[in-house]
Design a protein around this ligand. Structure first.
Ligand code: GLP
Length: 262
């Protein structure tokens, strides 16, 4: 696991955008695993600008989102499908048929999950999986106690995640209790993982993920086993890392070309 500590949230989001842009530039038909959440706003903004000003070409890119609220249709204003359209899909030249977000209205959840996994497989697997981090150590919506080899399935959110994510829903509208999410096993199958986190609230989860034991109580800790995982955090999120100085030293002495390529 490579840990890159930068000084501000903006730098974290821009670095995320640069790594994704570099992936697309190197492989035009990249298969991207995409994530939502506030941390990704700047990432998608960066990619939209790279498309607009420098012609970054998404025409052959294929994407699979990690998760979706169960019970929300694609056009619901708070669905992750709507989020993706607003923040990325409508701002770049990605082909709508090349984008997938789990169907929050799937009637046969089991069949939908198996079909979604098969579609990822048919696309050749995920080249680069973008990840945020929940304050409780979740990735995707794999809450604590999730199997570390899990596949895509329906999950029940913890009260903590429901409280945190309630901010994305208008006052008076309660958020769903259930979600569809790719599993930790699906995430581990990606060729490269890129996890971004910033802010003091993420510091305990970052420390547990990077330096704690591998445990289902912090599903993100499984990324310690991933063969190519880059973690980009700001100083506030890195505050509890015992090896912070070592991580800074490693990054400082990396050759320039390797800073984005991992
Ligand atoms: C949400 C999403 C995750 C996201 C995480 C962090 O619950 N399911 O995919 O990465 O929580 O969100 P934020 O970036 O808003 O802190």
């Amino acid at each position: 696991m490579e840990v890159i500590i930068l000084s501000s949230p903006k730098e974290v989001e821009e670095m995320g955008g640069r790594i994704l842009a570099d992936q697309i530039a190197r492989k035009a038909d990249s298969v991207l695993g995409l994530a939502t959440g506030a941390t990704m706003h700047g990432v998608y903004h960066y990619l939209s600008l790279r498309h607009e000003k420098h012609g970054l070409d998404f025409s052959k890119v294929r994407s699979f989102n990690l998760d979706e609220y169960y019970g929300l249709g694609p056009h619901h204003p708070c669905s992750y499908h709507t989020y993706m359209c607003q923040h990325l899909f409508e701002r770049v030249n990605i082909q709508p048929e090349n984008t997938r977000v789990p169907d929050g209205l799937a009637q046969d959840v089991e069949a939908h999950c198996r079909e979604y996994e098969a579609a990822i497989e048919a696309a050749g697997g995920i080249d680069l999986q973008l990840l945020g981090l929940g304050e409780d150590g979740h990735i995707g919506f794999n809450e604590p106690s999730s199997s570390l080899s899990s596949g895509m399935r329906i999950k029940t959110l913890t009260p903590m995640t429901r409280r945190t994510n309630q901010r994305d829903f208008p006052p008076g509208e309660s958020m769903p209790m259930h979600v569809l999410t790719l599993g930790v096993g699906n995430i581990m199958a990606a060729r490269r993982c890129l996890l971004l986190a910033h802010g003091a609230k993420k510091a305990p989860a970052i420390q547990a993920m990077v330096e704690g034991p591998i445990t289902a109580m912090c599903p993100a800790s499984m990324l310690q086993q991933h063969r190519s995982c880059t973690v980009v955090v700001d100083e506030a999120a890195a505050a509890f890392l015992q090896l912070a100085d070592y991580f800074r030293c490693v990054y400082k002495h990396k050759p320039e070309w390797q800073k984005v390529n991992g």
